[in-house]
Design a protein around this ligand. Structure first.
Ligand code: MN
Length: 722
């Protein structure tokens, strides 16, 4: 195990200003926190964070990153809390450790390869700070290096995850070495046979040509010195996985692969890169089509080098990469090099030679952003502290309990989530648990949330949900479901009206006759026809006629022309005193009027008398015409005679609300003659019902209103005043 002072020395060797006290405290704190915990290998757990920190010192990262690496597992795996980390190590370190804890909690199980891209985005989004990703990659690298101690099944899963997510992420961050190693270990676990074949072949080639390689290296070095070039030459061996990938991609056999061996030439300046290339090409024959100038045209991840392949001694094909020290740092360390490269005399010179490729992919935009930040002249330290990863800020990524990843726009709620999974899940959603806790459906989802939708098949999405959803899919589905539910409620009401009419004649509703009558009335199906009756668009009596049923209509219930003449023309007559015999009498349907309440008549010459209750607003119109006012009093009504009374009811918009209202009225012996529903407010969570009832008298009306008032879903009820 690396000693405390060794770690500190490593950091101060590349960063003399590093906070040694911080490093020492983090070391001791993490060691104590992990205590006697053991890893799968049996060694002390603390060895793991220490190795992760060591990997990051190779990338020459700052003291805060190294401290975060030492502490990266303490919140999740020990009694330590985020608050304690904040108190002891400050906000910056606490934020870094927090990011790492969140990623760890995700337990990124790659159920499907199609999820990999989203999972990578999620990682980036959660990390917020590029240093969190750097520690995470180092953490993964150390876990991969010690993978053999993990049970086989878990080993496969971790290797697949590494191949799908972490290796490509390292590649996108330009960290070629980390990527190569991650891929190589994962390859070995996932495809041991292929790995063994490639490795065996590589080893044999190495054995056969070992002497020759050394010979070439020496020859190269001598040639460069001869030409006054201060070059550093090193032999380079490709990893098994990158060879395997090339074989797969180009359909080559191992024997056809020329560039298994290569050399790296590092020189002090760009001029010397081209000079060195000239020396190489003058000394050995270049293989046509193999020269690439990534200095004048860098790769998207800012990789710059000259590449060439020559036929060297013993007719061996030798691949060569020629670059400056700066370019080498970036090629090896990627983002880490950008993040903390302190020896760049002029960052613009180092970074800005790169032209932005025309078709820059989104995947590199954030890396580009990092590079731009640096080239704007901020110091590396400021750069690290203030660079938040801004990519994917308009998205949140959440999980289903089974680990499926759902990408949603920022601001999305569990309702959006439910509809994103499946329309039927959205339609039947009644509640949710987020990360295991019950939460309101209006909760704004956060990255990494695990959302469990609670469902009920009896549910109909309330119209008000439309305001809680941000995705078009959820909004249109809610609208559709609400429309269907309202239609169903009206249809239920229509059925109730029909039933009552029939019951009066001692008949019952036959589905077959109903079915047969529907097309005659121009409706496509029974539900449509019933809804039309419920809405008052189709008279129940017309339906009965179409069904071939003769129903005697009694008294006030006779059909009336609704809007044009709001009057009830009574066959039996309105039982009042005070009007001349033979005068036509009708009760105003704006309010209705029932025995027991004070009434007044308004005479319209040539038409008759309209009866109003004394509180009717319509009476104000006749204030200036006292001659039209006629005093009326109720007379005894016939036994089962009914009178109209209009009421206004405000109800909560919930499943079956309308049916409850109809049922309450029916139970009290009232009839619904007309019903209209008006949505209320922006939230659409309440409805105003305008109901024209038929009742015996004021006492009966009051009973019905009291019955409705007793229903919890009724929020207000009043008599219409016209
Ligand atoms: Mn770890």
């Amino acid at each position: 195990m690396m000693r405390q002072y060794e770690l500190v020395e490593r950091v101060t060797s590349y960063d003399p200003d590093a906070n040694e006290d911080l490093l020492n405290r983090a070391y001791v704190y993490a060691m104590r926190a992990h205590g006697h915990q053991k890893r799968a290998s049996g060694e002390a757990y603390f060895n793991h964070p220490l190795e992760v920190a060591a990997i990051l010192t190779e990338l020459k990262l700052d003291d805060a990153t190294i401290a975060a690496a030492l502490l990266h597992d303490v919140v999740e795996d020990t009694a330590a809390t985020r608050q304690e980390i904040e108190e002891k190590f400050g906000h910056e370190i606490a934020e870094l450790v927090d990011g790492l804890t969140k990623i760890k909690r995700l337990d990124l199980v790659t159920k499907e390869a199609t999820q990999a891209e989203n999972l990578r985005k999620l990682l980036v989004a959660i990390s917020k700070d590029v240093r969190v990703l750097l520690v995470k990659l180092a953490d993964r690298l150390h876990n991969m290096r010690t993978l053999e101690h993990v049970p086989p099944e878990k080993r496969l899963r971790i290797a697949q995850e590494t191949m799908d997510i972490y290796a490509p992420l390292a590649g996108r961050m330009g960290m070629q070495n980390v990527r190569d190693e991650l891929e190589d270990i994962a390859f070995k676990v996932l495809n041991p046979d292929a790995y063994a074949t490639v490795k065996k072949r590589l080893d044999r080639l190495h054995e056969e040509s070992g002497g020759a390689l050394l010979e070439i290296e020496k020859a190269l070095q001598a040639k460069f010195t001869e030409n006054g070039i201060d070059a550093e030459v090193s032999g380079r061996e490709k990893k098994a996985y990158s060879i395997w990938r090339k074989m797969e991609r180009k359909h080559l056999s191992l024997g056809q692969l020329s560039d298994i061996f290569g050399f790296r030439v590092i020189v002090p300046s760009i001029e010397q890169c081209y000079l060195a290339l000239g020396v190489v090409h003058r000394t050995w024959r270049a293989v046509p089509g193999r020269f690439k100038d990534y200095i004048s045209t860098p790769k998207q991840n800012d990789y710059r080098s000259l590449h060439t392949t020559v036929i060297g001694p013993h007719h061996m094909r030798v691949e060569m990469q020629i670059r400056t020290r700066d370019m080498h740092e970036i090629a090896e360390r990627g983002v880490a090099a950008h993040a903390l490269y302190k020896d760049v005399t002029d960052p613009r010179k180092a970074m800005n030679g790169a032209r932005v490729p025309a078709a820059e992919s989104n995947a590199y935009r954030w890396l580009r952003h990092l590079v731009e930040m640096l080239s704007e002249g901020e110091s590396p330290k400021e750069f690290l502290e203030h660079t938040k990863l801004e990519l994917f800020h308009d998205q949140v990524f959440c999980f289903t309990p089974k680990g499926q990843l759902i990408a949603l726009p920022k601001g999305a709620t569990p309702i959006d989530f439910a509809y994103a999974v499946h329309t039927s899940i959205g339609d039947s959603c009644v509640g949710c648990r987020i990360n295991g806790r019950h939460k309101p459906l209006a909760t704004e989802l956060e990255n990494g949330d695990e959302v469990d939708i609670i469902r009920s098949e009896a549910q109909v999405p309330p119209a008000a949900w439309e305001g809680l959803a941000v995705t078009g899919k959820a909004r249109s589905a809610i609208r559709r479901a609400t429309r269907a539910a309202v239609r169903r409620q009206y249809a239920g009401l229509g059925r109730e009206i029909l039933d009552r009419l029939l019951a009066k004649s001692g008949k019952s509703l036959s589905e077959n006759t109903l079915q047969a009558a529907t097309p005659k009335l121009g409706h496509r199906n029974v539900e449509d026809a019933l809804a039309a009756i419920g809405r008052g668009e189709l008279a129940a009596s017309d339906m009965l006629k179409a069904m071939g049923i003769e129903v005697k209509e009694a008294g006030a219930r006779k059909k009336r022309s609704a809007a044009a003449r709001p009057k009830s023309e009574s066959e039996e007559g309105v039982p009042v005193r005070g009007a001349a015999r033979g005068t036509a009498l009708a009760i105003s349907l704006e309010t209705g009027a029932v025995p027991g309440e004070r009434i007044v008549g308004i005479l319209t010459p040539g038409q008759g008398i309209t009866v109003y209750p004394i509180f009717a607003k319509a009476l104000e119109k006749f204030d200036a015409e006292p001659e039209r006012w006629i005093d009326l009093t109720w007379d005894a009504a016939a036994e089962d005679q009914r009178f109209p009374a209009r009421i206004k009811v405000t109800i909560h918009n919930e499943v079956g609300a309308l049916a409850q209202v109809a049922q309450t009225i029916g139970e009290s012996g009232g009839n619904i003659d007309e019903l209209q529903m008006v949505t209320r407010g922006v939230a659409r969570d309440f409805f105003d019902l305008d109901i024209l009832l038929e009742v015996h008298d004021l006492k009966h009306l009051n009973e019905i209103m009291a019955g409705l008032r007793a229903r919890p879903l009724v929020s207000a009820i009043e008599r219409a005043t016209g």
